[in-house]
Design a protein. Structure first.
Length: 190
């Protein structure tokens, strides 16, 4: 069984929307506008590319990343790994041709079936709505969180507000950086 890892830049109050400057969100670009850059805080991002074997995205994140990431040197390792997009509306014609093998999954059952295959970890970037569904279905195994010392108020959040039983997490790695960022890696306890 493959490990499904959710990775996110997240504010202290749980917002994940617009971290890189995406248009349409009031506080867009919050990861670099008000926070001093400390290179080692982002080491986990390079590690994720080396350790992951596939990427899983929701439709909206795929549509945001696919025009940009294929040509970015910072994401070169992702270009060659298989990508899976969970969407009921995308068609093969909507996929970009310069980002390697991409498969459309139509349901959470398809995600569960993918997890049951052989291979290395699958990393989920962005994809707030998909994260809610994956978490509610018990499909996420690990969280890689870079927590920014900001309160953003409104915005898309990483965690679902579904009324459900407690889901326990085990802190397996953490670090605090001079700029106030915290790296927290949690395994989901089953």
């Amino acid at each position: 069984m493959r490990t499904l890892i959710s990775t996110a830049f997240i504010s202290l109050d749980g917002v994940v929307e617009g971290p890189g400057g995406e248009p349409g969100y009031r506080n867009s670009g919050w990861t670099f506008k008000d926070i001093d850059f400390v290179a080692e805080a982002y080491d986990i991002k390079a590690r994720e590319q080396k350790e992951s074997a596939a990427i899983l995205l929701g439709r909206a994140s795929y549509e945001a990343f696919s025009p940009v990431w294929p040509d970015m040197a910072d994401f070169a390792d992702y270009k060659v790994m298989p990508k899976y997009v969970v969407s009921t509306t995308l068609s093969e014609d909507d996929l970009v041709s310069n980002w390697g093998e991409t498969t459309i999954l139509r349901s959470l059952d398809d995600v569960a079936a993918l997890k049951d295959t052989e291979g290395g970890p699958i990393i989920v970037h962005g994809s707030a709505a998909l994260n809610h569904s994956l978490s509610d279905a018990g499909l996420i195994d690990r969280y890689h969180l870079l927590v920014f010392p900001l309160l953003l108020g409104a915005g898309k959040r990483l965690f679902s507000t579904t009324d459900k039983d407690t889901q326990k997490l085990k802190l397996v790695e953490h670090e605090v950086y001079a700029n106030g960022l915290q790296k927290n890696v949690f395994d989901v306890v089953r």
